[in-house]
Design a binder for this molecule. Sequence first.
Ligand code: ADP
Length: 265
Amino acid sequence: ATFALRVTPINGVEFQGVLATFEDVSPMEDIGQMRRDFVANVSHELRTPLTALLGFIETLRGPAKDDARARDRFLGIMETEATRMNRLVHDLLSLSRVESEERIRPGQQIDVVAKVQSTAKALGPIAEDKGIAVQLFLPEEPIMISGDSDQLYQVFTNLIENAIKYGGSGGDVHVTVTRLERDPTVRGPAVRIDVRDHGQGIDPIHIPRLTERFYRVDSHRSREMGGTGLGLAIVKHIINRHRGRLKIESALGQGSTFTVTLPRN
Ligand code: ADP
């Protein structure tokens, strides 16, 4: 903890002097430190692809100028790097938008069942490429909540996409939607969405930090998969805005379950 010394002059009738108090300013320091870390992280994440791009431009101007095959290969790599930067900027903008809206209550009437269904359908081809399927276990009736349509789409997309990415070919991804009459974590009627994969799982020591910006268990692997390390941070903020909860359970070698609980109206 960090303490600031505050000196207040006192001019009473019977007493004149100063009052010295100590004030715990560690939370403010933490926020300052977090902001500095964030800026450093963003700069680092942007600089990596940028350095690669500049390097290839130089090579294309010089040694590889007349080599058509090298040119094609380098342009392919440059496209990958530029796409990575694009995705990062896109995720940073999403995060900033979500953060600024966190205190505004979302007011659209959303059917969670239909939303999960359409999200899973859109991700079907990505799962297919990996030789797995997204299996849905949905109730027949709609389940309505007050929410933000685009943001909920983003939550389900990020979780299902992660399950496909990190679940590998270990088995299908299971998405279950359950209507709850009363859930203690949101203190009332709720809807629960479980996204379960059968991948490598996550060592429990990492779980509390997964929703931090840029936190990755294996940064090389995440980058290979086109990840920015911001997906779960965005998910967490959106769920907070919806007054919901995110729970992560995982066992190494057995896969992971990400559970979102959202209050119903
Ligand atoms: P990324 O863009 O790296 O996927 P996320 O914020 O979505 O970033 O996830 C953070 C990290 O959490 C990932 O890099 C990965 O290490 C881990 N992770 C997320 N989902 C899963 C999952 N279903 N199985 C295993 N690890 C996961």
